[in-house]
Design a protein around this ligand. Sequence first.
Ligand SMILES: [Fe+2]
Ligand SMILES: [Fe+2]
Length: 206
Amino acid sequence: MASRVATIDSAVLSLESTTPPQWVGVVESNLREVLFDHAHCEKKAAAAATHLLVSYVDRPEIVRALTPIIKEELDHLELVMELLDQRGWRLKGQAPSAYGGRLGLLVSRTEPDRGIDRILVSALIEARSCERFTLLAEGLADRDLAAFYGRLLESEARHFASYLRVAECFAPLPIVKRRLAELAKEEARIIALPDPLPRLHSTPER
Ligand SMILES: [Fe+2]
Ligand SMILES: [Fe+2]
């Protein structure tokens, strides 16, 4: 019997596009490289949240919201490292997808817009990760690995919601929503750009 997967709608995640289903096949054909990328993504998620905390450490409500995210991303890193260990794969450095760097170019250079943009870009990365983990949880032939992604996607969805609440520390909700919609359109354009590297946030060339 197929296990049930908690699915979270793209619209709830504010995403403006959906990942093509053939992406799961790319992951299965390049599993080691994608799991290495996953480990690096969890490391970068923890680092990005830590950088935000350092930038706004004088604002207790932001510190309170970011601390559990940082802890959970480090837990995720540990879980992916265990997964690699079980397969006898030792993590090494590799080129990332172009996705994160391209999203970073969207961030305003001046405050308070800069703070909102940094947080909303993090929120959208969480949302895209959640969407793709849902596809893996549903589609991977390796059902143990599928179950692993089924467990992770719920915390990435929670991180997305937490980041939206942090953004409200900088601006009222209507302004946050308007900027989120602008950045989500750009994120959909960026994730669709062909990228030959098999990664969590790349799209195979057709
Ligand atoms: Fe994570
Ligand atoms: Fe996350």
